[in-house]
Design a protein around this ligand. Structure first.
Ligand SMILES: O=P(O)(O)OC[C@H]1O[C@H](O[C@H]2O[C@H](CO)[C@@H](O)[C@H](O)[C@H]2O)[C@H](O)[C@@H](O)[C@@H]1O
Length: 272
């Protein structure tokens, strides 16, 4: 089996993703592609604002969307505002704040898939961060992130505070890469993918989701349930993804190769 679109079920391979084989071109008429941002399209940096965006990345995203007839989206934990602050205005479909914000391709109208985060949550976590060495708080419209990368000793206290705050406000807690996030219920990356897949031009396509973080697991589960496959980026771990790419460099190489026109496509589509 060499095609990620023919991924086996988890039971068949014991939930250990296999290295993605050399890329076959994305099938323009059949595939939908969803990409995470941090740790997938850009390398992880010490600070959320310290990420280095490769100069050709916005153009690459546009080409992927064109190639797939619009069945393409970036699905990130960042707010859409933060994403576009780095990439510039995007015409492709996007979902932000871990599925809380959703925008179809070619539109500037953002749809909310969750209720807004109560201001009191930001107030509470900001106060906590101040007395713990100035932890970095990143409020978003439908979630909030507290980064402990520069203050790892604060993690036990942060977990306790986040857990208590999550219970008090009915929020979901996620433990990402050196970050604790609290999100409004009712949305995650999986529900964002499901929402896209209900809409034209996504409907009936085979979805692939490429992501590195535990917060991408909801999306891996969603694409698998829809007949597609998850592609984990980075080191091996327990995951719902079926396939794996070694890192950001390998993701870019895979995307570049997947964009290469399929020499057999014309033959396959030609009448006998
Ligand atoms: O869903 P993603 O696009 O992967 O976003 C997940 C979170 O990414 C950002 O934080 C992570 O990346 C930072 C920059 O490399 C790094 O400093 C931090 O430690 C990571 O957790 C972003 O700041 C969050 O809002 C996203 O939810």
């Amino acid at each position: 089996m060499t095609d990620p679109r023919e991924a086996p079920s988890l039971a068949e391979h014991g939930a250990i993703p296999r290295d993605l084989p050399p890329p076959s071109p994305l099938a323009p008429a059949a595939d939908a592609l969803f990409l995470d941002f941090d740790g997938t399209l850009v390398e992880i940096a010490d600070h959320p604002d310290g990420v280095v965006v490769p100069p050709g990345l916005p153009a690459l995203l546009a080409r992927l969307s064109d190639r797939l007839g619009g069945r393409f989206a970036v699905v990130t934990g960042r707010s859409l505002g933060a994403l576009e602050a780095m990439l510039g205005p995007l015409d492709v479909a996007v979902a932000g704040s871990h599925g809380g914000e959703f925008r179809p391709a070619g539109s500037r109208e953002v749809h909310a898939l969750a209720a807004p985060l109560p201001e009191a949550v930001t107030t509470r976590l900001t106060a906590f961060a101040e007395v713990h060495g100035g932890l970095l708080v990143e409020p978003k419209p439908f979630s909030i992130a507290v980064h402990y990368r520069r203050h790892p000793d604060a993690l036990p206290a942060l977990l306790a505070c986040a857990s208590e705050t999550g219970e008090a406000f009915g929020l979901k807690m996620k433990h990402g890469k050196q970050v604790i996030e609290l999100s409004m219920p009712g949305s995650d990356k999986g529900s964002a993918v499901e929402r896209f897949m209900q809409m034209p031009p996504f409907a009936a396509a085979r979805p692939l989701f490429v992501g590195d973080d535990v917060t991408d697991e909801d999306a891996f589960a969603a694409v698998t349930a829809l007949g597609g496959a998850g592609i984990l980026v980075g080191t091996l771990r327990q995951t719902r993804a079926q396939w794996r790419l070694g890192g950001v460099t390998q993701v870019h190489a895979w995307l570049a190769a997947a964009l290469t026109p399929d020499p057999d496509l014309h033959k396959e589509n030609s009448p006998a």
